[in-house]
Design a protein around this ligand. Structure first.
Ligand SMILES: Cc1cc2nc3c(=O)[nH]c(=O)nc-3n(C[C@H](O)[C@H](O)[C@H](O)COP(=O)(O)OP(=O)(O)OC[C@H]3O[C@@H](n4cnc5c(N)ncnc54)[C@H](O)[C@@H]3O)c2cc1C
Length: 301
């Protein structure tokens, strides 16, 4: 079992914490502690840390802003590698934007707007990191990362760093090659188009208005809990199954949008998971449709 001291001896400049509460790093606001929690500032530190974990048979997992994960109440008995502010450079070059994985997608969308670059309007309300957005092929209102990602720098599980084109990322609905091959997204270049700042700003305001009208953004959640099943809408299936407002512990099917499971009142991750399982079972019994979680589980429940 690796200790903080052992890691600090090998990688002296790495920010690393012990028993870090994961509720502070997830948009659900739930989850137990990570035994070790690291904030690498560059690809070398990620590789060194990964190598150290492997040689010590230590479990590790990667997160960005924690807006699409559910961490178990018993936490994570290993090293959480979080790509955040330490790894968040953003550079605009003509009509393209380069960003490191830890950069905020909302921040990148705002930078694009200020530079009069169009293409990231869809992302202005998606509260994750660039790395998480590429990994998930995040999307909204008809746009998705697939449309704008030109190249991605990834680290493979053997530590090799390579650059892939957008096509080589095998993007699909909430899917990317990084999931298939356990790649770490290090950075990406996005191809945008010159546009008019006022029009971009108006489009973003409109999308934010629609979000505020339709989604329970005043409660902690991870956005849409389930993937959209082909030919259906998860929220409608859940509402038709009579589950609007249904609660387990502090977790509730949002009354505003049934596609969202929210942390209504001091929910635990166990409450959220039990509610998700109940929804899946009920919807399957009533409609024969198997809902698949979009939110990814992490750690010990
Ligand atoms: C209020 C709200 C609204 C939302 N709306 C939308 C929406 O409209 N559309 C949408 O698609 N999503 C939406 N989401 C979900 C979420 O914001 C996205 O999935 C986001 O892209 C996740 O990024 P993250 O950095 O938070 O990833 P995390 O939650 O930290 O991680 C998600 C997954 O990505 C992996 N991962 C993260 N970073 C990397 C990396 N650098 N390399 C490899 N793997 C990585 C993690 O291992 C994990 O499996 C919403 C969430 C909330 C809370």
């Amino acid at each position: 079992m690796l200790t903080r001291r052992q890691i600090s001896e090998k990688i002296p400049d790495l920010k690393i914490y012990e028993n870090e509460p994961m509720h502070a790093h997830t948009s659900f606001g739930t989850g137990g502690a990570a035994r070790l929690f690291a904030l690498p500032a560059g690809a070398e530190q990620i590789k060194e840390l990964m190598d150290l974990c492997k040689s010590s048979e230590e479990k590790y997992a990667l997160i960005g802003k924690g807006s699409n994960i559910l961490v178990g109440d018993r936490g994570f008995d290993g090293v959480i590698i979080c790509l955040g502010d330490e790894f968040a450079q953003v550079k605009i070059d003509g009509d393209s934007i380069f960003a490191q994985a830890g950069a905020s997608l909302i921040g990148i969308a705002a930078a694009a707007k200020r530079a009069g670059l169009s293409g990231l309007e869809f992302a202005c309300g998606i509260p994750g990191s660039l790395g998480g957005a590429v990994f998930m092929n995040a999307g909204a209102y008809g746009g998705e990362m697939k449309d704008i990602v030109k190249t991605v720098t990834v680290m493979k599980p053997d530590g090799k760093v390579m650059q892939l084109s957008g096509e080589e990322m095998h993007f699909g609905y909430r899917h990317s090659r990084a999931m298939e091959e356990e790649m770490i997204i290090l950075d990406a270049k996005m191809q945008l188009a010159f546009g008019d700042e006022k029009e971009i700003s108006a489009a973003m305001s409109e999308l934010m208005k629609r979000r505020a009208e339709k989604q329970p953004i005043q409660y902690p959640s991870a956005g849409s809990t389930f993937k959209r099943p082909q030919g259906y809408f998860a929220g409608k299936l859940i509402e038709d199954a009579g589950l609007k407002g249904f609660s387990i512990g502090g977790a509730q099917v949002s009354e505003k949008h049934c596609g969202f499971v929210i942390n209504k009142d001091h929910a635990s991750s166990a409450d959220i998971l039990s509610l998700c399982e109940h929804i899946q079972k009920t919807v399957f019994e009533k409609t024969g449709v198997a809902l698949e979680m979009e939110v990814r589980k992490l750690g010990d429940f």
